[in-house]
Design a protein. Structure first.
Length: 141
């Protein structure tokens, strides 16, 4: 039913906590897992190291997707990794459209009340904008 699953990966511990569940879903559907990290262009991320211009968010994103890909490889789940610059919710939904993703699986931090209203939620924005189902997993569940 799901051939291509998208997991937007970040360095938050919640994403790492739910990743085994993501792998369970991918395994059970024999799906290819797309692991995407969005280097948020809304924040300054370019610096100079040893005379080279480096985007620290892209470098960190590569490290993040590589760690998740290693975990997926241990369970023989086929993986596609990508690090893309952009606004996070829009980039996730655009990626899902471009790569014909069947399901997006995201962790949620569980903000509630006024904090959620004022700060918003990346996951909530993806849920509202995505053209495919979005499965949200809370790290404490």
């Amino acid at each position: 039913m799901f051939d291509r699953i998208l997991f937007p990966a970040d360095a938050e511990s919640g994403a790492s906590t739910v990743f085994d569940h993501v792998l369970d879903v991918a395994e059970s559907h024999e799906a290819t897992l797309h692991i995407l990290h969005v280097a948020d262009t809304n924040q300054d991320s370019v610096t100079r190291i040893d005379g080279q211009v480096i985007d620290v968010f892209e470098r960190e994103g590569e490290r993040i997707v590589d760690e998740y890909a290693e975990r997926a490889a241990r369970r023989d789940v086929p993986v596609v990794t990508n690090v893309v610059q952009g606004g996070v919710p829009d980039t996730i939904t655009a990626y899902a459209d471009e790569y014909d993703i069947d399901l997006i699986i995201m962790s949620t931090r569980g903000r509630t009340g006024l904090e959620r209203l004022l700060l918003g939620s990346t996951t909530e924005r993806v849920v509202r904008r995505a053209r495919v189902p979005v499965l949200t997993l809370h790290p404490d569940d």
